[in-house]
Design a protein around this ligand. Structure first.
Ligand SMILES: [Zn+2]
Length: 270
C-alpha cells in the first residue's frame, strides 16, 4: 500500500483505549496509507507515552506538553521533565498548549501562565509549537506574539527562517487565518471540515494556500464524514484530505503529498 498520508495530530496515547485496543489501532495504522502520525501529549503521562510510542514505532513522532485543560495541575518540575523528553530524537514539538475558554477546565489564569511558560520553553530549546485554542482566538494570538513565538529571534533558530507554529484544528474565520499566515503559522484541519454546515472551515481551506495546511485527525475525536458516530483513527485522515482536494479542486494525491511535505517541514523531520 502506498504510504502517502501524514496525520499531524492524533492521540494514540488517549487514556480511554485498553492496551488491546491501542495495539489494534497501531496495526491498523501500519496497514493503512498513513506514513507518519504524530502522537500528541496533553498531560504528563500522555506526553511520556507519546515519547515511548515515537521511540518504538517507525511511523510515530511525538509532541510533548500540557493542554490548557490540565494546566491547573501543572508544576515547575513538569517543565523540566518536558525539556528532558524533548531531547529524544523523535519528539518534534512542544504541545498541545494554549487556551480553552469553551470548557474552562482549568482557571484561565493557570491556562495563560502555563501557556506562556511552555512557549518560553519551546523558544529556549528551539522546538516547534503545537497550539490548541478554543473560543480564545484573539488572546491565543496575543500571547503567542507577546512570548515571541513569531519573533525574528525565534525564526533565526530554524534554518528555514520560519517560526514553526502549528495552530491545531484551526476553527477561526478565513480573515483570522490570513493574520496567522502573515505571521508564518501553519493551520491544522480535521474532521469538522467534512461536516455539512461548516462553511467557515471550508472558506478557510479555500483561502489558505496548500503549503500552509496540515491534515490532522485529532483521533479518537472529531471523526470525519462518513464515519461520524464511530471512534476516529489516523487512516480516516484520508477523508479530510479528500474534502480538502474537493474544495481546492485538485487531486487527493496532490493534497496528500503537499500536506505530508508541509508536516515534515513544520516538525523538522528530514
Ligand atoms: Zn489534540
Amino acid at each position: 500500500m502506498e504510504k502517502i498520508l501524514f496525520d499531524s495530530h492524533t492521540h494514540i496515547n488517549n487514556e480511554d483505549y485498553t492496551e488491546e485496543e491501542r495495539l489494534e489501532l497501531i496495526s491498523e495504522i501500519q496497514a493503512s496509507p498513513v506514513r507518519y502520525a504524530v502522537d500528541v501529549g496533553f498531560d504528563m503521562p500522555s506526553s511520556r507515552m507519546a515519547a515511548e510510542h515515537a521511540a518504538e514505532l517507525e511511523f510515530c513522532y511525538a509532541v510533548v506538553g500540557v493542554h490548557p485543560h490540565d494546566s491547573k495541575s501543572m508544576k515547575e518540575e513538569d517543565l523540566l521533565e518536558l525539556k528532558e523528553l524533548a531531547k529524544q530524537p523523535k519528539v518534534v514539538a512542544i504541545g498541545e498548549i494554549g487556551l480553552d475558554f469553551h470548557y474552562d477546565l482549568s482557571p484561565r489564569d493557570d491556562q495563560r501562565y502555563w501557556f506562556r511558560r511552555q512557549i518560553r520553553l519551546a523558544n529556549e530549546i528551539a522546538m516547534p509549537i503545537v497550539v490548541h485554542s478554543r473560543e480564545a482566538d484573539r488572546e491565543t494570538m496575543d500571547i503567542l506574539l507577546e512570548e515571541g513565538a513569531f519573533s525574528d529571534e525565534r525564526k533565526a533558530l530554524f534554518t528555514d527562517g520560519m517560526p514553526h507554529v502549528d495552530i491545531h484544528c484551526f476553527s477561526g474565520s478565513a480573515e483570522f487565518a490570513k493574520e496567522y499566515l502573515k505571521l508564518g503559522a501553519v493551520l491544522g484541519v480535521d474532521g469538522p471540515l467534512t461536516y455539512k454546515n461548516n462553511k467557515k472551515t471550508v472558506s478557510v481551506v479555500e483561502t489558505v494556500p496548500l503549503e500552509s495546511i496540515l491534515i490532522e485527525t485529532d483521533a479518537p475525536y472529531l471523526t470525519p464524514v462518513p464515519f461520524r458516530g464511530h471512534r476516529n483513527k489516523s487512516p480516516y485522515g484520508e477523508y479530510v484530505a479528500r474534502k480538502g482536494a474537493e474544495i481546492k479542486d485538485i487531486s487527493y494525491e496532490e493534497v496528500a503529498a503537499a500536506t505530508l511535505d508541509n508536516a515534515r517541514k513544520c516538525c523538522l523531520i528530514g
